[in-house]
Write a new protein. Structure first.
Length: 340
């Protein structure tokens, strides 16, 4: 492990990019976990994306305490825009994104960079834990058991793992070489931006390392984007799915079958959730969304063949074709309430 007794000049500079927007209650804990990293050669870029609470002042106060912190204030452009801004300002050889309401282990960067240097990998993925909103309790993440075994793999294998649900695409779940972002930026104004971006970054890597250590703490908040699903979230999920479809066909045609299986399952999951929230859509908006999803599902299923679909997809596809989604959503909601 790289620690504070090691001369920082011997190790690459890591740029930690933290988009900040109205997170005054959680920002201090996030920044504190970053300044306590035992990998010293880093810069912390706090990108204030037009916050309207006390976050901008907090950023400035922390910058006065630690010279590694650089603060930027910009007009609000959304998470992707703030991340892209950070990429344009970053001076590090490696990039790491952190959400400003989360916290990280003090060993995260040192442990990840140890694998970068010793294994000559372009990216290091690691596991995470769920953190309660008040920060007093942490839990194992739902996808912890599916995380691949420790070791180094090719970009092709890493993409196969992403499209097989063995690994999530969260942008805060990996450290990557800055050159991988050279021609890649996050889609501005779009939710689920990392679903459309991580596959492209992985595809640029020559080697990817899996580190099955829980180094990140993702805070569960009811007011977060994922905590309050909106019509735009489902529409953007569809857009991200199409990006994955096109990327696989163009750059990794040998993985198209694996990607299409992922695509079908992802489309179904989002369609069922959208069906339960259809009252939030404007007139005609849900019908257009559902029609597009149904059309894409039909094409994908025809290409894959019924035998290549798992039981989850087959059962829900039958429900979709028979018009049973509203009934299914109502039953699922009631069962969820009864088990709380």
């Amino acid at each position: 492990m790289l620690n504070s007794s090691t001369a920082t000049e011997q190790f690459p500079l890591v740029s930690v990019i933290v988009p900040v927007y109205n997170v005054e209650s959680y920002l201090g804990a996030c920044i504190e976990s970053l300044v306590q990293q035992d990998y010293l050669n880093l810069e912390i870029l706090l990108i204030d994306d037009g916050s309207r609470d006390g976050s901008p002042q907090l950023c400035e106060e922390w910058a006065q305490k630690d010279t590694r912190i650089r603060v930027f204030h910009k007009t609000n452009g959304g998470l992707s825009d703030a991340r892209n801004f950070g990429l344009d300002q970053a001076a590090g050889e490696y990039i790491y994104f952190v959400d400003s309401d989360d916290v990280v282990s003090s060993h995260l960067i040192s442990v990840a960079m140890d694998k970068v240097l010793s294994e000559k990998s372009d990216m290091v993925f690691f596991k995470y834990r769920l953190l309660s909103e008040d920060g007093t309790d942490s839990m194992v993440s739902n996808d912890a058991d599916s995380f691949p075994e420790e070791g180094i793999v090719t970009a092709k294998q890493a993409l196969a793992d992403l499209w097989s649900w063995r690994m999530p695409s969260h942008s805060w779940q990996y450290i990557a070489k800055a050159t991988l972002y050279q021609s890649i930026r996050f889609p501005v104004g779009q939710f689920l931006e990392d679903v459309a971006t991580t596959v492209r970054i992985v595809g640029e890597a020559s080697a990817v390392y899996y580190l099955p250590s829980e180094l990140y703490y993702y805070r569960i908040r009811n007011s977060s984007i994922l905590g309050q699903p909106s019509p735009q979230l489902f529409i953007d999920a569809l857009t991200s799915t199409i990006v994955n479809d096109e990327y696989a066909r163009k750059h990794f045609p040998e993985l198209v079958t694996e990607e299409l299986k992922w695509s079908v399952q992802y489309l179904i999951m989002n369609l069922f959730q959208a069906s339960g929230a259809r009252a939030q859509f404007s007139n005609g908006e849900y019908q257009r969304y559902e029609g597009h999803v149904r059309s894409l599902l039909k094409a994908h299923c025809k290409e894959l063949g019924w035998r290549n679909l798992n039981g989850f997809c087959k059962l829900r596809l039958v429900a979709i074709r028979c018009g049973l989604m509203p009934l299914w959503s109502t039953f699922s909601s009631r069962r969820h309430r009864n088990t709380r």
